[in-house]
Design a protein. Structure first.
Length: 159
């Protein structure tokens, strides 16, 4: 596998790892009785699996079979709900950094197909970071008040 396909394969696996991280967050918030937060995180995990599928399909189209690698155990416990979403935001920043690094590699290797393929992800990452940043800001204002948390939980159930 070339350096570029190796990077694409790593990101393919990291998207699956992202789904795993968000499912663990979903379980944590569910265990605290927040069904709306749970719904939000389960939807997020589904999106990550769809992202992984995009990498899978692209690699197959380019005649490169994706290879599944080991996935580390995700964090299971958090101190606050804000910490859950802060961790998700930091996770998304890592995804964005990875995508940009693969993009640079594709430029260096003159692979126009990969650059075009990654354009969708650049936009998606802007949206994902913006979405999590908004939730963190909202939770900062709610400041762990149960009243505010329950109202927000109902809102996130609408995703
Ligand atoms: Fe697939 Fe949230 O990055």
């Amino acid at each position: 596998m070339s350096k570029l396909y190796d990077a694409l394969n790593k990101q393919f696996n990291f998207e699956i790892e992202s789904a795993y991280v968000y499912m663990a967050m979903a379980a944590y918030v569910d265990s605290k009785g927040m069904s709306g937060f749970n719904h939000f995180m389960v939807q997020q995990a589904k999106e990550e699996m769809a992202h992984a599928r995009k990498f899978y399909d692209y690699m197959m189209e380019m005649d490169q079979t994706p290879v599944y690698t080991e996935i580390p155990a995700p964090k299971a416990e958090y101190g606050t709900f804000k910490e859950v979403f802060e961790t998700a935001l930091e996770h998304e920043k890592v995804v964005t950094k990875n995508i940009k690094e693969i993009y640079k590699l594709a430029q260096e290797e003159g692979c126009l197909d990969t650059q075009q393929f990654l354009n969708w992800f650049l936009e998606e990452q802007r949206e994902e970071e913006d979405s999590f940043r908004g939730i963190v800001e909202r939770l900062e204002r709610i400041n762990e008040s149960w009243n505010g948390l329950y109202i927000y939980d109902r809102e996130l159930a609408q995703r």
